[in-house]
Design a binder for this molecule. Structure first.
Ligand SMILES: [Zn+2]
Ligand SMILES: [Zn+2]
Length: 232
């Protein structure tokens, strides 16, 4: 540790992003007890990424997924929730790096996707983006793109209209609400390409579905979905 780091640490001690415990020198971002509560999500449905290995996944039985494959780094537990919450409001760059590193480790270990041509964040509507200040999916996607050497295409997908806060709606309403909500930027040649959508949390898959429809209309080859947390 140099003098500046010591000085900095005195006034801004590093604390765990999840539980606010002070971090020791060899801990980064989260403390070891929070870190130990996380485990990579493996043994998943090969289509939707739910933690089910049965041939006919229960989530797939009750949902029609229009993307080719989805997977997530972690199940959505308290620690993941805390990290994502912190991420939304503070220190996005630092946390994005952390998530990007974990994502890279996951992607390299499990290699869930075939060749990726473009990596694209799920867009936030302008109004929402303004009130929150930024789109966390962009930060995560940019980090993954750097780590994995995949071409980052943040302007490929746009939201057409404001979609209400999803949490107030039931499953059917959510589906309707996001359908036709996206438009594809025709500036990019995406025909026959494999595209990876990135978001913070996979909840119902409705947003990913809606984007997948728009992309497939443009004759994209594969639409893959990757998130940090998995809620479903
Ligand atoms: Zn902690
Ligand atoms: Zn499934």
């Amino acid at each position: 540790m140099n003098l500046l780091q010591t000085f900095w640490g005195l006034f801004f001690p590093k604390i765990c992003l999840s539980c606010d415990e002070r971090l020791s020198e060899n801990e980064q971002f989260i403390c070891s007890s929070c870190f130990n509560s996380l485990s990579f999500l493996e043994d998943i449905c090969p289509i939707c990424g739910a933690p089910e290995t049965t041939e006919n996944c229960n989530v797939c039985k009750t949902n029609e997924f229009l993307f080719d494959k989805a997977c997530s780094v972690f199940m959505f537990n308290k620690v993941v929730q805390n990290i994502i919450h912190e991420f939304k409001y503070n220190e996005m760059t630092r946390i994005a790096k952390f998530m990007g590193a974990l994502s890279q480790e996951y992607l390299e270990r499990f290699q869930p996707f075939d060749h990726i041509d473009y990596i694209v964040p799920v867009p936030l509507h302008k109004v929402k983006k303004r009130s929150r200040g930024f789109n966390q999916a962009e930060y995560i996607a940019r980090e993954i793109s750097k780590n994995m050497n995949w071409k980052y295409l943040p302007m490929l997908i746009k939201r057409k209209r404001f979609t209400e806060t999803q949490t107030k709606l039931n499953k059917e309403q959510r589906k309707k609400n996001v359908s036709l909500a996206f438009k594809i930027n025709l500036k990019y040649e995406i025909k026959g390409k494999n595209i990876l959508l990135v978001d913070d949390v996979f909840t119902t898959g409705a947003t990913a579905n809606s984007i997948a429809v728009a992309l497939k209309e443009m004759q994209v080859n594969k639409v893959y979905v990757f998130t940090i947390g998995r809620a479903l």
